[in-house]
Design a protein around this ligand. Structure first.
Ligand code: ATP
Length: 490
């Protein structure tokens, strides 16, 4: 089975077929920022929809949320991002390239597994880089002392110079869920165990930027915070691990390209009880296996931190919002009775829920689905490029063609197209040889092509061509809609 093995090939396929473009390309682009083209936007919408369907729609115990990107600055003080969300970076003294310390290989194994969190920005960290190799020029051990590089984008809010406030573009969607925990609880009559899910944009001023949409500065996350009773957390962790792994497989990712990687104890954030990455074997980059999604048992850390944040608000006012001058207050002694606690009516107990967090990247999974779907085969002695997307993910579900542009065939084809497009993303094409039109749809990953020909006028049937088996079957025009509905399980 053919694979896309070079990043350049993937980038050029994405551009050629209108999946992904360099952002503001006519002005030379902007590093690590991309736009989705006509096919890409459909693919990504379908990835989002598939996640929402699996995590929210088809479950009784998960609710959705859509929070603003700008949040109260204290959110980031309480979450730890304001003080600790940074990468340690170093500069190669030979070629001036800046690299994340945890991305430096030491000649033996490339590693890309250290999380962003928990770097003490003020203190920095001592690192021995004498055996490390510069990924750009290959020089060994020629690095500056590591420095903390803040990842959150800052901006100003407010029109007047004296009352502007520094705010941040969120670096993750999760915090919007934690700060709305009480709102959702009070408005939805849900009981623990339950989850709150959100899909949305996040922003990180990433240091490493040469990985196409795998690592971008503006990206989309699909995150679930699943709240459960302490003591049941391990069960729920196992449950979500399984659910999330199967989600990728059910949408067509090949089993041999997907694996779990448990975090080592020294890699875990101090508050996390367990964390595992779902990794995909990308056919490019350092070390092949790369994170698509992290699943963590975050204990009661986040809700407790926000209770501390609420207690610190007066200091925030007193310091006029200067986060660097504020120290987060200690928890109240009876923290388990605080505003973000939960009262369990059955056991008459109050506690701070534990949180299981599956956190996926929409762009990273879109890239994985695209790379995994790519195939080449031989049809009539010619090489065919085909994207074998799962029908739920395929950007276009059906293409409708008149065999020739005369004899009333275009009119019949247009009618069918107009009928189908109200329910499915369809494409109409009457130009060029039929073989060429099929090929273009194969390259776009369209699972079905419907062709109207002379026989249609005689018996009202249409040819349906299957992208994968290449089989052509005839069916009555008025059955096409049901056929698609069945195949796409809509
Ligand atoms: P990495 O170590 O690769 O930088 P991370 O462990 O910091 O990622 P998380 O904070 O766990 O990532 O974010 C959850 C998910 O969000 C990741 O698994 C990934 O799919 C996605 N994600 C994070 N950063 C980016 C980015 N810069 N570009 C695209 N997707 C991202």
């Amino acid at each position: 089975m053919a694979k896309l093995t070079r990043l350049d090939d993937i980038v050029s396929l994405c551009k050629r077929r209108g999946f992904i473009f360099q952002l503001s390309e006519i002005y030379g682009g902007l590093a690590a920022c991309y736009d989705y083209g006509p096919l890409g936007v459909e693919l990504k919408r379908n990835v989002r929809a598939a996640w929402w369907k699996a995590v929210v729609q088809t479950r009784d115990d998960v609710l959705g949320l859509d929070c603003a990107i700008l949040m109260h600055p204290m959110v980031w003080k309480a979450s730890g991002h304001a003080d600790k969300f940074a990468d340690l970076v170093t500069v190669c003294t030979q070629c001036n390239t800046r690299t994340r310390v945890d991305h430096l290989a030491d000649g033996s194994a490339a590693q890309e597994h250290i999380e962003h969190v928990d770097i003490d920005i003020e203190a920095g960290k001592e690192h021995n880089l004498s055996n490390k190799v510069c990924p750009a020029c290959g020089a060994v051990g020629q690095f500056t002392k590591p420095m903390a590089f803040r990842l959150m984008f800052e901006t100003q809010m407010g029109a007047n110079a004296d009352d502007t406030m520094k705010v941040f573009l969120r670096p993750e969607t999760a915090q919007g869920i934690f700060v709305n925990f009480r709102n959702v609880l009070d408005s939805s009559r849900v009981k623990i165990p339950f989850g709150i899910a959100q899909i949305g944009k996040s922003f990180r001023n990433e240091v490493t930027t040469k990985a196409f949409i795998f690592r971008t500065r503006e990206f989309e996350q699909a995150e679930l915070e699943f709240f459960c009773k302490p003591g049941t957390d391990e069960e729920w962790y196992a449950h979500w691990k399984e659910q999330r792994f199967n989600w990728y497989l059910n949408l067509g990712i090949k089993k041999e390209n997907l694996r779990f990687r448990d975090h080592e104890p020294d890699e875990l954030a101090h508050y996390a009880k367990a964390c595992v990455d779902v990794e995909y074997k990308f056919p490019f980059g350092s070390g092949d296996w790369q994170e698509l999604e992290g699943i963590a048992n975050r204990t009661d850390f986040d809700l407790r931190q926000h209770q501390r944040g609420i207690r610190t608000m007066n200091d925030w006012y007193a310091q006029k919002g200067d986060l660097s001058k504020i120290t987060l207050r200690e928890e109240a002694e009876d923290y388990f009775k605080g505003p973000l606690s939960y009262f369990d009516e059955e056991t008459r107990q109050r506690y701070i829920p534990y949180v299981i967090e599956p956190s996926a990247g929409v762009d990273r999974s879109t890239l994985a689905f695209l790379v995994d779907a790519y195939d080449e085969d031989e049809v009539n002695g010619e090489t065919r490029n085909v994207l074998r997307f799962h029908p739920h993910l395929a950007p276009i579900k059906a293409a409708i063609f008149p065999l020739v542009k005369k004899d009333g065939l275009p009119e019949i084809a247009r009618n069918l197209y107009n009928d189908l497009k109200t329910q499915f993303q369809c494409f109409y094409d009457e130009k060029g040889a039929i073989g060429r039109r099929y090929r273009r749809q194969d390259e776009a990953g369209t699972p079905y092509c419907m062709t109207i020909d002379g026989q249609t006028k005689e018996d009202g049937t249409v040819t349906v061509r299957d992208r994968d088996s290449l089989q052509q079957t005839r069916m009555p025009l008025d059955q096409v809609k049901n056929f698609l509905r069945d195949k796409l399980e809509l």
